[in-house]
Design a protein around this ligand. Sequence first.
Ligand code: HEC
Length: 137
Amino acid sequence: MKKYFVSVALMALIAACSGGSGTDAKKDSSSTAPDASAAAPATTDVSANPDYKAGLALIAKSDCLTCHKVAEKLIGPAYQDVANKYAGQDTAIAYLSKKVIAGGSGVWGAIPMTPHPQLAQADVEQMVKYILLLKTQ
Ligand code: HEC
C-alpha cells in the first residue's frame, strides 16, 4: 500500500517535471486542465508530510478558509500563490506567522487580513509550514 503510494507520487513527479520546462508556458493556455494537473502532483506529493497534516488541521479549525482557498484567490490570496512567493526565503515562517497574528494589508492588495491575536505563535507557524508546502513552482 505504501509502496503503491510512493510509486504513484513518483510517477506524478516525473510527469510534472517532463511537462514543465518553461515557467510561463502554461499561463498562455486558456484551458484550465493543465493548471489542475500541474497543481495535483505538488499536493499529492506533500500530503503525507506531518507538517502538512498538522497545519491543515489547525487551519480547518480556524477561520482561514472563509477568506483563503488553496488554488484560487478568494478575499485573501490563494495559498499556492503565497507559497510560490515566499518559498525558499529563510524569514518566511517568522514573517508570515507574525502577519497572520497581527493582520494587515498592502502585500496582495488593499483588503486587510483580520488579526488573529487569539492564536498561539506555534500553531500559526505550523499553519504557515503547511501553506509553504503548497508551492507549485
Ligand atoms: C477576513 C479574511 C481573512 C481571514 C479570516 C484570513 N485571511 Fe489571510 N489574508 C487575507 C488577506 C486579504 C490577505 C492579503 C493581505 C495583504 O495584502 O497584505 C491575506 C494574506 C495572508 C497571507 C500572506 C501574507 C503576506 O504578507 O504575504 C497568509 C500566509 C495568510 N493570509 C494566512 C492566513 C491564515 C493562516 C489564516 C487563519 C488563521 C488567515 N490567513 C485568515 C484575508 C484573510
